[in-house]
Design a protein around this ligand. Structure first.
Ligand code: NAG
Ligand code: NAG
Length: 159
């Protein structure tokens, strides 16, 4: 009896957690996800794009305000987001060109491009691009998962 009940409440939980992903905002990247060549996160005036020249660049409209400085090292790279919270730029051969070096271990993580210009990894691995406006209303990178959720960002388990 206990097993079916646990299973059904787990299913419900998964449904509630997974359902929003179908309409996932394009300013959020979850662990296990990636930005392929030319793909981007967009929020308001800000775009974080994995350029085909392998530079990961954060733009305020047309002005670059942050980059990984990896342009020209290869072409058609991927920004990968590992389940340990590490952001890694991989060339097509699978070699790392850049990493945020911020793995906090396996756990819940999410990368959010906020509309104030800050790109933030929440979770056990914490990182941000340092490009937020001074009056940012969003929690900084060193805040907890609960605070990320308070900012309207759902964490996903084992995603
Ligand atoms: C984008 O920038 C313009 C010009 O600075 C500003 O007026 C506008 O409010 C910004 N949009 C958002 C969504 O922040
Ligand atoms: C990550 O670590 C590597 C190796 O120590 C270093 O070369 C690189 O600059 C670091 N990346 C960042 C974004 O600090």
């Amino acid at each position: 009896m206990a097993i079916p009940r646990a299973f059904s409440s787990l299913s419900l939980t998964l449904l509630l957690v997974v359902a929003p992903l179908c309409t996932m905002a394009d300013y959020v990247l979850y662990p296990g996800g990636a930005l392929g060549p030319g793909r981007s996160l967009i929020n308001g005036n800000y775009t974080l794009v994995m350029q085909t020249d392998c530079n990961l660049v954060l733009y305020n409209v047309c002005e670059a305000i942050w980059s990984s400085n990896t342009n020209g090292q290869a072409t058609n790279c991927f920004l990968t987001f590992a389940t340990n919270g590490n952001l890694v730029i991989l060339n097509p051969d699978g070699n790392a060109l850049w990493s945020n070096n911020q793995s906090g271990g396996q756990g819940n993580h999410v990368l959010v491009l906020h509309d104030d210009g800050n790109a933030v990894v929440y979770g056990r691995g914490r990182w941000d691009s340092g490009t937020n406006l001074p009056s940012s209303r969003f929690p900084p990178a060193d805040q907890t998962t609960n605070e990320a959720e308070a900012a309207g960002v759902a964490m996903v388990i084992n995603k």
